[in-house]
Design a binder for this molecule. Structure first.
Ligand SMILES: CC/C=C\C/C=C/C(=O)SCCNC(=O)CCNC(=O)[C@H](O)C(C)(C)COP(=O)(O)OP(=O)(O)OC[C@H]1O[C@@H](n2cnc3c(N)ncnc32)[C@H](O)[C@@H]1OP(=O)(O)O
Length: 716
């Protein structure tokens, strides 16, 4: 709701819709009625709009989007224009965070005041919409095109000081916001309003406008990769160079275009899915969930292994204010790690002083120092035997109630847990590299993992700023199990006629930051080669004895990746992989050596080259992965499609504007079409088991059920 209070001549309208004061329909109705009351009351000479609670407002109510309420009277645009038309001065005074529609209200007001700690932002582009309600027209008039482009297209927040400097704010206050705002409103009651209306101003620096817009357009064409919102937002900003009323009409047209696009739905879904997965439960037993399980309090964490992952994990733990004991047997490696950590936390660069966070780190070669920690994250080399040995040791040196987490990207959690006397306290915490940057944490529960252990790992993820997704235990877990198929098919495409750069280009145009071959070169081809060797699919010298070159363990197999690794071509780190790299450069250059290798492989094995369409590349690389996602749901290894989608959005660079693999299958491709496509490729490639459609997909496609609707119904 919104509250209405009079302070002498000032009417104060306070939004009170906890926790985030979103501008839901009932709030808009009350704000509108308060505004009308203030305009009619002759004793009122000025109006203040502000928020109660922790923030001013998180903007329009995203959960209302797509429902009748979003457009019900008064809609947000109607309310904003009523504020703009007020013949009494309106002062918007904000604190905490002010986003989207909140900024629209402020820009329509005659004066803007903010607490010094405020963060102001326009996240609309991230949910695929134009900042309408006049934002794209008023903001450039107030702060200039350059800053408007920066704010609208990057969606980054601005501090109060920056907002003051750019002219977005009239005043930053440090005292009590309500009394400051009331005092300020009183002081402007006699001022003329005409030149306070932002819509009546001209855009400053209009003579350099084309240069600014051109540069932004070029940047966005390069970066957007299929997402339509950023360029559409830029078009709306460009319209601010037109007369205000014409620009507002253009803003509305562009707003409508995005509002009705499928990408908006996908981006909104992604926003909500990231929050939905926090409400975790065991797919097979919903009684074990975020409400019933209590996390342990974690004050100190041990990290075992000071390699790249161990360092990244340590940094995020320290950044969250936790105490960390970092253990590494190799003293040189340990010292190197400590330097990296201290540098990353901002200590030691200009002074001898360590940052407070860095001081919470104890680095040692002595395992026994783990005696007092509440939880250990093991981050040693990805080798089951080694991890089992380490867990045995951990079991004996840590206190009995300590939780033991393993950072593995696919090893069996139960086998690791069985090396200890406390399998109930063992859990997988799969961090993604770089661990201090990537927001995903895939948490894997084993057969014996207790609800308390799960709750603690999920809570720890939130504490260190990650989005934790709970999944069941299977080879590769959810992410790598699905992702592996993408690479498998990408290689088959090479056998059939494509080059690595063809496949990468198509998937980059689809929206991935990097195609599978560039990713492989970045990650290092040897990592997966070792895994294939461990799985008995290949050896360091080539196929295992008596094994056909193109088939392994009953399935079609492409040996090209193994052949590259046997030549020491591991990717960027060796200067050559699927591409070649000139010294010191990360630019992937097509390599004649790889071209000839593929050609010879085709000739030696009688593989016919054919032209492969972009559509086939997309279908072949993505549909098996999606099919595997259905199998994962069927096997009860993920609570819902949102969990899988969040894993791919945050861990594997899946283009956000498509919502994630499961949303994309459901809402963009269509389950019926997906099923028919899988059946087509299954007939063409009978020796690849991943083309066999999952029974869940078959049932849903045949019954015409929507996956996302089914999931929304079953979620806690
Ligand atoms: C019709 C007019 C069209 C255009 C003009 C106006 C457009 C807009 O205003 S679009 C909306 C712009 N705002 C956002 O996109 C807000 C995004 N929200 C956030 O960034 C964060 O929520 C936050 C920084 C504001 C707070 O973060 P945090 O404290 O971590 O909380 P959570 O993110 O976990 O959120 C808690 C809870 O609130 C729900 N929520 C957040 N924002 C909105 C919103 N704008 N509308 C509806 N609900 C919102 C969020 O989903 C969480 O709830 P659940 O756990 O139930 O999902």
């Amino acid at each position: 709701m919104a509250e209405y209070v009079i302070y002498e001549t000032v009417a104060v309208l306070q939004i009170n819709n906890p926790p985030l004061n979103v501008l839901s329909h009932h709030v808009r109705r009350q704000l509108m009625s308060g505004l009308q009351q203030a305009l009619q009351d002759t004793a009122v000479r000025s109006i203040v709009i502000m928020g109660k609670g922790q923030i001013f407002t998180a903007g329009a109510d995203v959960k209302e989007f797509g429902t009748e309420k979003a457009l019900s009277d008064p809609s947000l645009p109607t309310l904003v224009e009523a504020v703009a038309a007020s013949n009494k001065p309106v002062v918007t005074a904000f604190h905490g965070t002010t986003l989207g529609g909140g900024v629209a209200l402020a820009l329509a007001s005659h004066y803007r005041l903010a607490a010094s700690s405020v963060k102001i932002g326009l996240p609309e582009v991230e949910i695929g919409i134009v900042p309408t309600c006049g934002v794209s027209q008023r903001l450039p008039r107030l702060v200039g095109l350059q800053t408007a482009v920066q704010m609208i297209v990057s969606a980054q927040t601005m501090s109060a000081q920056q907002a003051l400097t750019t002219g977005l704010l009239d005043k930053v206050v440090s005292g009590d916001l309500l009394s400051e705002a009331v005092g300020f409103a009183k002081s402007v009651e006699v001022q003329a309003l005409a030149d306070r209306r932002v819509g009546s101003r001209a855009v400053p620096g209009a003579d350099t406008a084309e240069d600014v817009l051109d540069a932004a357009r070029k940047r966005l064409v390069r970066r957007s990769r299929g997402a339509i919102a950023p360029l559409t937002c830029l078009q709306a900003i460009q319209a601010s160079l037109l007369p205000f009323e014409t620009g507002m009409k253009r803003e509305a047209e562009l707003g409508q275009y995005l509002w009705t696009s499928w990408q908006t739905g996908a981006l909104r879904y992604a926003f909500l899915a990231e929050r939905t997965v926090k409400r975790w439960y065991l797919p097979g037993n919903k009684t074990v969930n975020y409400r019933t399980a209590e996390p342990l309090v974690i004050n100190s964490v041990g990290v075992l292994g000071a390699g790249t992952m161990g360092v990244g994990i340590t940094i995020c733990l320290l950044q969250a204010g936790l105490k960390v004991v970092l253990i590494e047997a190799n003293k040189t490696q340990l010292d190197k790690a400590v330097t990296l950590i201290q540098r990353s936390l901002g200590g030691r660069s200009h002074s001898k002083q360590l940052s407070h966070q860095a001081m919470q780190l104890r680095a040692t070669t002595d395992y026994r120092q783990l005696g007092e920690v509440d939880l250990v994250i093991e981050a040693v080399f990805e080798d089951l035997a080694l991890k089992r040995k380490v867990f045995q040791q951990l079991d004996s040196v840590t206190k009995p109630q300590a939780i033991l987490a393993t950072n593995t990207s696919g090893l069996d959690i139960d086998k690791i847990a069985s090396a200890t006397q406390r399998p109930d306290k063992v859990i997988g915490t799969h961090f993604f590299s770089p661990a201090n940057v990537m927001r995903l944490l895939e948490n894997i529960y084993g057969r014996h993992t207790s609800p308390e252990t799960i709750a603690t790992a999920m809570q720890l993820g939130a504490t260190i700023g990650k989005v934790g997704v709970l999944v069941g235990n299977c080879p590769g877990f959810v992410g790598n199990r699905m992702k592996g198929l993408n690479f498998t098919e990408a290689m088959f495409l090479l056998e059939e006629g494509a080059e690595p750069q063809d496949v990468d280009k198509v998937l980059e145009e689809f929206g991935f930051a990097m195609g599978p071959f560039r990713v492989s070169d970045l990650a290092g081809g040897d990592v997966h080669w070792r895994r294939r060797i461990q799985a008995g699919l290949t050896t360091e010298q080539g196929p295992p004895p008596n094994t056909p070159l193109l088939y392994r363990q009953g399935n079609r197999y492409c040996p090209l990746a193994d052949m590259l690794c046997m030549q020491g071509r591991f990717g960027q780190k060796t200067g050559a992989g699927w591409y070649r790299y000139e010294s010191g450069s990360r630019a992937a250059l097509p390599d004649a050596v790889v071209h000839r290798l593929i050609l010879k492989h085709r000739q030696d094995n009688g593989l016919q080259r054919r032209n492969i369409s972009s559509q086939e590349i997309v279908e072949r690389c993505l549909y098996p992965l999606i099919n595997e996602g259905f199998r994962i749901l069927e096997e009860g290894l993920a609570a819902g499609p949102q969990d899988i989608d969040v894993i791919f959005l945050l861990g594997f660079g899946w283009p956000r504007h498509t919502g994630g693999p499961m949303y994309y299958a459901d809402k963009v491709v269509g389950l019926g079409i997906l099923l028919r496509c899988l059946e087509k490729y299954r007939a063409l490639h009978p020796r690849s088991a991943h083309w066999v459609p999952s029974s869940l997909l078959q049932t849903m496609a045949t019954q015409g059920t929507s996956l996302t609707a089914w999931a929304a119904g079953s979620r806690l």
